[in-house]
Ligand binder design. Structure first.
Ligand code: ADP
Ligand code: MG
Length: 678
């Protein structure tokens, strides 16, 4: 690869120190990185209209000849307005440019341009303000539009891009073998990079996008697989299969479901290997993942080693602590809870117990795997609600102790096809069935008109001794979360929920306040918990039997499913009421799916069908490296192809060590943090 494609961005003409800084702000350090600054859209100058047909107050493309430039006018506040008279040959229009003399100067009297800008005025007198323009002599009529930063104009970026691309064409390169390109129907990389910026047609742009999205998904797959390979070094904690988990399983107050049993045996078999376990345990809320985790902790403790269980919040950590100590203490397994809210003295005492091995199972937030916590023999690390821990954290964990075994639990099941990609570095166990005897949650979607009736039902259930969650309506941008939740609660207290004891739970509360409120709710002192989505994460109150969700349209299927999972955790019949006035096809469909099934795997399958995998990559939740192209361009078909291709490449060259794979490997390292794979 030519050296200067990777030299400093200042290497490009017209890029000095100042502009270089702007580029760095966008994460662009070299011409190469500039080329991977993919357009967010295109301006299509092929579709220009005559002035007479311009839609007022909208953006239009016009082809105009400038016939007279007026002298700049200085107005108050140092603002400069530049104007020029122009014509499309039939009608005149005024070009107005605010505060950008430089840009205005580039326009030549007598020159003809394609201009894109907002057209205002009336039938007789029209203006186009601060238009983006290109010379009519230009043959490239589809122009890229980029994410910019203050002081960096689209024209500058385009010029620099042209230079960077020319530089690239001088010494072309390709990351994939020709045979793969042919079989996966991909265009050459040089064509893709040229056409993603300056496509000659929509088709050319599409073909380019497909290749680049494929590359990105491929790199993701390769990186994940390499992480997996890398984590297969020996662990210090190869456990003894003759230690039995049977006493624990037989001591449970219930019989494990088939899936739970299978998961336990998969985990125990992993723990007895000399390579660290890297396993994902997925299953709906209430499917009994915690019991499986407890079995793994039991097995670990009986092997004379320690297990750590991390939850994303202190509320959840406390809940897990209660559950695990209930399960494990009778067998002499000592469980402790280490959280940030403890006094320094208590923390120090706990640390001592962890270091001496007096504590077998340590529950807490991710603080428990920080450097200052020393374990006597940490052999198993379990993380709950996995989607909040990213790939990088997963990798960091591997560094703790002597490569502990790792189990991640997720209550947001995703279809296997997607899981294999997103959790490419993990093996997967799934609990697809709920324990027998669970009463299904009845779900109703209603409009705001029926709100009073819905709350009438809520009051009835409360009168029967049950409790309810109400997820607060959408927050206006102008309001604070606190204001919204307070106002809502006040209105409810004098209206729909008159006479009920209520409390608020929202993100502005401290961890201690939240804990206190949750405790009161769990103890039954509070009948209705008015909350924002902080309640989303695995809180367990068996007596809560009603979930009301206001503005249900603002949640995706998976999130609605998560929220609904807060109820139906006890012996009582539970209900979920979704309130929305949104009648869009998409929303109606979501409500229908929610009312018709409670199976998280099915729901996520539907979610995937409705939104496509791209949407998933677009959200920050998965903790994957940021993808630039795949989030808008990928589909299941492309994803499966990328996966097959990764498999093919790695089976021939597992660590991508061959010279022909060097460029590809470098790209993989660039996408991931080098340390993860290296
Ligand atoms: P998850 O962590 O998957 O959300 P939990 O482990 O918290 O689910 O289980 C939910 C509830 O179901 C708990 O009260 C648990 O004791 C109970 N439970 C778990 N497994 C079974 C089972 N096989 N049969 C009956 N109840 C079960
Ligand atoms: Mg749970």
């Amino acid at each position: 690869m030519p050296a200067n494609l990777f030299s400093e961005i200042e290497y490009l003409k017209g890029v000095g120190k100042a502009r270089g800084e702007k580029y760095r702000k966008l994460g662009i350090n070299s011409p190469y990185e500039l080329i991977y600054h993919i357009p967010r859209a295109y301006l299509d100058f092929r579709t220009h209209v005559p002035v007479a047909q311009a839609v007022l107050n909208e953006y239009n493309v016009l082809k105009l000849t400038v016939f007279r430039k007026l002298p700049p006018q200085r107005i108050r506040g140092g603002l400069v307005i530049c104007k020029a008279a122009a014509s499309d040959g039939i009608n005149d229009i005024l070009i107005v440019v605010y505060n950008n003399v430089y840009y205005f100067q580039a326009l030549k009297e007598g020159g003809t341009y394609y201009m894109y800008g907002k057209v205002t005025g009336n039938f007789l007198r029209k203006e186009i303000s601060s238009p983006v323009y290109i010379s009519a002599e230009q043959t490239v009529l589809i122009q890229p539009v980029y994410h910019l930063t203050q002081g960096l104009s689209v024209n500058m970026v385009r010029n620099n891009m042209r230079q960077a691309l020319d530089l690239m064409h001088k010494e072309p390169f390709e990351t994939l073998p020709g045979d793969i390109l042919r079989r996966y129907e991909l265009c050459p990389l040089m064509d893709a990079l040229e056409n993603i910026h300056f496509p000659s047609s929509d088709m050319a742009a599409e073909t380019a996008r497909r290749r680049l999205a494929f590359d990105e998904l491929l790199k993701l797959q390769l990186g994940m697989s390499m992480m997996k390979t890398r984590s297969r070094r020996t662990t210090a904690c190869k456990m003894d299969p003759s230690v039995s988990a049977v006493p624990f399983i037989e001591g449970l107050p219930f019989e494990l479901t088939g899936d739970q049993e299978k998961a336990v045996s998969e985990i125990i078999s992993d723990l007895c290997k000399d390579v660290p376990m890297n396993r994902l345990l997925q299953g709906d809320v209430g499917s009994g993942k915690t019991a499986v985790a407890a079995a793994a902790c039991y097995f670990t403790a009986k092997n004379g080693a320690q297990a750590a269980l991390m939850a994303p919040t202190e509320i959840l950590a406390a809940q897990h602590y209660r559950t695990l100590s209930g399960f494990l203490e009778p067998f002499g397994v000592r469980v402790c809870l280490l959280t940030g809210s403890l006094t320094a003295k208590k923390k120090a005492a706990l640390r001592e117990q962890i270091a001496s091995g007096e504590a077998d199972v340590i529950v807490g937030t991710h603080a428990i795997i920080q450097k200052d916590v020393e374990y006597r023999r940490l052999a198993l690390v379990i993380t709950d609600e996995q989607h909040r821990f990213g790939v990088a954290q997963r990798a960091a964990l591997a560094e703790k102790g002597d490569s502990p075994h790792k189990l991640v639990m997720s209550a947001t099941p995703i279809p296997r096809t997607l899981a294999l990609i997103i959790y490419g570095d993990l093996d997967i166990s799934a609990i697809t069935q709920l324990p027998a005897g669970r009463k299904p949650i009845k779900t109703y979607a209603v409009t705001g008109k029926l709100r009073s009736r819905a709350f009438g039902f809520v009051r009835e259930r409360i009168a029967e001794g049950r409790q309810a969650y109400v997820v607060c309506p959408m927050i206006e941008e102008s309001e604070s979360e606190l204001f919204a939740v307070k106002t809502y609660a006040e209105n409810a207290a004098s209206g729909d929920l008159k006479g009920c004891t209520m409390a608020l739970l929202h993100g502005k509360m401290s961890a201690a306040e939240k804990d206190r409120t949750m405790k009161r709710f769990r103890d039954g002192e509070i009948q209705v918990l008015i909350c924002t989505t902080v309640v989303e994460v695995g809180v367990d109150v068996p007596n809560a039997a009603v979930m009301v969700i206001e503005n249900a349209e603002r949640f995706g299927l998976s999130q609605l499913h998560q929220l609904r999972g807060r109820v139906g955790r006890g012996e009582y019949e539970s209900s979920c009421i979704l309130i929305t006035d949104n009648t869009s096809e998409d929303c109606v469909k979501r409500m229908k799916i929610m009312s018709s099934t409670a199976d998280g795997f099915k729901i996520s399958e539907e979610d995937l069908k409705m939104r496509g995998p791209g949407d998933f990559f677009g959200s920050a939740q998965h903790g994957l490296p940021p993808l630039k192209i795949a989030d808008i361009a990928c589909n299941m078909e492309l994803m499966t192809k990328a996966q097959n291709c990764a498999r093919e490449l790695l089976s021939a060259d597992p660590e991508l060590k061959r010279p022909e794979n060097a460029a590809l490997k470098m790209d993989v390292m660039r996408l991931f943090n080098k340390d993860i794979i290296g």
